[in-house]
Design a protein around this ligand. Structure first.
Ligand code: ADP
Length: 472
């Protein structure tokens, strides 16, 4: 059964968030189980030389609105099932979806073209694709095109990685992309408050819709989490299910991770603290014996950055160190800048730094994840695999993967142990941090939890089998 997995970003070629991680590691796990191709745009910033990406000797044109668009197909030299599409409108940009001025004004055309190109590629390469696996709004329109325009004999699976980003555009996009007004511009299909919503095309036209945790699958059918699509999701819930993400054990393994100062495992757990000592020294954080808390993530409302900011002064008074690594919305970055160098025990690094993030997972005692909503969340799983105990709000995939240490000390197959809080406010978050401090003071108990978490299976082995079942 041949599967074509399409995404707008795939690690390590281009990444803006968890989608890229999943689009790398899920196909990697599925390769053991079925024949799978991946496809993404060959953006300017993808380093062709470093990754050995070469022209596949395939180019084709597609005429849209009287304009000829050319697409060139590339592949990895050593892995021909990894495909890339180059077209100047899609790829010749700084940034994937936006630059410092905001979202690109022609994203509907860019990703519309990418979606046409995915289907043209199937035809030009004569790939006997049985299942087309689409991800998020950037590839959602392919579901409509495959079913309604190309009428291909294949099944479509659409995965929602984050319902907050839906790809909503002016209805003129219907003309630009030559879509059928009468058939598609309806409230239960593409229409969204008199605009066009790409995500809706994925939900309506796909044969199966998945999202990245069972709890999020339930939550998005409610008005509180449905981002105005809850009614549509309830109408389509016969084909909706949640499958928890995994993490790539090849990419994330403290025993082999080259970013670390000292590699470690459960058996060599004592090596872990050497990373913390080195990091604290390098970053000018005093007394490495104190507990170290870290936040690693996009600085957006979703991640509960407001709760972090509310507590900065209070955290500065605790006998603990804090390290915040993040980039994102300008106004948040501005506020964090004001906090930079203000407190001896709080270090702020604004930017995206893969190596530093790994060193933090390997050094910190606790990961802070006070998200307002979280489809699955990868950070908490990476953290647990690195022996860093997560402090999470009980939402989405966080509730599926982290149990509270007060309720249970025993992690089970799919979930580890951390500190959880339910009422989403600054005070409850602060309380969770103080509970973590008290847990840390019980050294043995803390270490036992950290070590047990490292042994939970957060790999893709089980989720990949569930996806295979969906394909079948
Ligand atoms: P989302 O996709 O919502 O951003 P996830 O938890 O699914 O969140 O995935 C986030 C991924 O991005 C993790 O691998 C995390 O370590 C990484 N990450 C986020 N922000 C940064 C940063 N500033 N520097 C390095 N890695 C980051």
């Amino acid at each position: 059964m041949m599967v074509l997995f399409a995404a707008s970003e795939i690690y390590p070629y281009a990444k803006s968030g968890g989608l890229a991680d999943v689009a790398h590691s899920l196909p990697e796990a599925l390769r053991e189980l079925t024949e799978i191709y991946t496809v993404m745009p060959l953006y300017n910033q993808v380093d062709r030389e470093k990754h050995g990406i070469v022209y596949a000797d395939i180019s084709f044109n597609y005429w849209l609105g009287g304009v000829r668009h050319q697409f060139d197909i590339f592949h990895k030299e050593d892995s021909r099932t990894e495909l890339f599409i180059y077209n100047p409108i899609i790829c010749d940009r700084e940034g994937l979806y936006h630059d410092s001025y905001g979202d690109f004004g022609d994203n509907e055309l860019r990703f519309g073209l990418f979606n046409y190109a995915i289907l043209e590629l199937i035809l030009h390469m004569r790939l006997p694709v049985k299942v087309l696996h689409l991800n998020d709004w950037q590839t959602a329109l392919t579901a409509l095109l495959a079913k309604q325009k190309y009428r291909l004999d294949l099944k479509v699976v659409f995965t929602i990685h984050n319902l907050a980003y839906q790809g909503v555009f002016d209805k003129n996009a219907m003309e630009t992309l030559e879509l059928d007004w009468d058939a598609c511009f309806k409230p239960d299909r593409l229409e969204f408050f008199d605009r066009v919503n790409f995500m809706k095309a994925g939900i309506f036209y796909a044969d199966a819709v998945t999202t990245v945790s069972p709890n999020y699958a339930a939550q998005i059918q409610t008005p509180a989490y449905g981002q105005d699509l809850d009614e549509m999701l309830r109408q389509n819930n016969h084909k909706l299910q949640g499958i928890i993400n995994g993490i790539s054990y090849d990419t994330f393994d403290p025993a082999t991770d080259e970013a670390l100062y000292k590699n470690y495992s459960v058996k060599k757990f004592e090596n872990r603290s050497k990373n913390k000592k080195k990091l604290c020294k390098e970053q000018g954080l005093a007394e490495p014996k104190r507990p170290l808390f870290t936040f690693i993530g996009r600085l957006t409302g979703q991640k509960g950055v407001d709760l972090l900011l509310q507590n900065m002064e209070a955290f500065s008074e605790l006998e603990a160190n804090f390290f915040i690594l993040g980039s994102g919305e300008k106004h948040y970055e501005q506020i964090f800048k004001e906090f930079e160098n203000r407190f001896d025990n709080i270090k702020i690094y604004l930017g995206y730094d893969e190596v530093l993030s790994r060193q933090l997972y390997a050094s910190a005692d606790f990961l802070l994840m006070p998200s307002h909503f979280e489809p699955c969340g990868l950070n908490q799983m990476i953290a647990m695999h690195y022996g860093c105990v997560p402090i999470v709000s009980l939402t989405g995939g966080l509730a599926d993967t982290v149990l509270d240490f007060k309720q249970t000390l025993k992690p089970h197959k799919g979930a580890g142990v951390g500190v959880t809080f339910e009422d989403h406010n600054g005070w409850e978050f602060y309380r969770a941090v103080t509970k973590a401090l008290s847990l840390f003071s019980h050294g043995k108990k803390f270490e036992k939890i950290a070590k047990r978490n490292m042994e939970i299976d957060f790999s893709w082995a089980k989720p990949a089998k569930k996806y295979l079942k969906v394909y079948r």
